[in-house]
Design a protein around this ligand. Structure first.
Ligand SMILES: [Zn+2]
Ligand SMILES: [Zn+2]
Length: 230
């Protein structure tokens, strides 16, 4: 294994394995959102064992992508730059396939393709797609965080309010079964719904989507961001 060298302007993402690229994306999202980077959480999201995560994090430390200390795990400046490039390419791949695949399949497929894109293809696609600010799930392209800042998680909305779904958070994108459920019930960006019932003791929120009731647990609802109608 050689060290990953990333100098400004010559970002060689292809030197990073696809496994490490997947870790980088999740760590980037957690770091961006101010969440602690916890190994067990990564293991759960990636569907691997905690010892596997520990080994990969050690490799990433050695390669200068992250630092691990008493104060926690963080991306290095190189890791941050690499993660933003991979995230941008991932989101462009999702848009590229939007006419081809069901919405719930875009994320998983983009994971296969994001590793193969060159800087040239990235900038050509960016122009062709009209410089999107969000991915098809409503998550911000790196540098476009302001575009999503005013959307609120469903867990903060009162019963009776009418909302437009705007964003399914990146960490929820990792859950393929959840994406299929949301697609089946048409809970995708730009869909409208009414918050019909909130049961705090049950940790559930029920939405009325065009007369159809859909109940979500708070663990999922906190990852669905909406725009509240006046
Ligand atoms: Zn995605
Ligand atoms: Zn997405």
């Amino acid at each position: 294994m050689t060290n990953v060298t990333i100098s400004p302007g010559v970002l060689d993402i292809s030197a990073i394995s696809s496994t490490v690229q997947d870790y980088l994306l999740l760590i980037y999202v957690m770091e961006r959102d101010g969440e602690p980077i916890v190994g067990s959480r990564l293991a759960e999201l990636l569907g691997v064992t905690p010892p596997t995560v520990t080994n990969t994090l050690k490799r990433m430390t050695r390669d200068g992508l992250i630092t691990m200390s008493q104060e926690g795990t963080h991306l290095t400046p190189q890791g941050w730059t690499a993660a933003r490039t991979i995230m941008t390419r991932h989101m462009l791949m999702e848009w590229m396939m939007i006419q081809t695949l069901p919405w719930s399949k875009l994320h998983g497929e983009a994971h296969h393709l994001e590793h193969a894109i060159s800087a040239m293809t990235e900038s050509a696609l960016m122009e062709q797609l009209g410089r999107p600010q969000t991915c098809p799930h409503g998550n911000p392209l790196p540098g476009c965080e302001q575009a999503v800042a005013h959307w609120k998680p469903l867990t903060e909305i009162e019963a009776g309010r009418r909302v437009t779904i705007r964003r399914i958070h990146e960490l929820a994108e990792e859950n393929a079964a959840l994406l299929e459920f949301l697609e089946k019930h048409r809970l995708m960006p730009s869909a409208t719904a009414t918050v019909s019932e909130i049961l705090p003791f049950n940790q559930t929120i029920t939405l009325d989507v065009d007369g159809q009731l859909v109940t979500l647990g708070n663990a999922v609802a906190k990852y669905i961001f909406v725009e509240v109608h006046p």
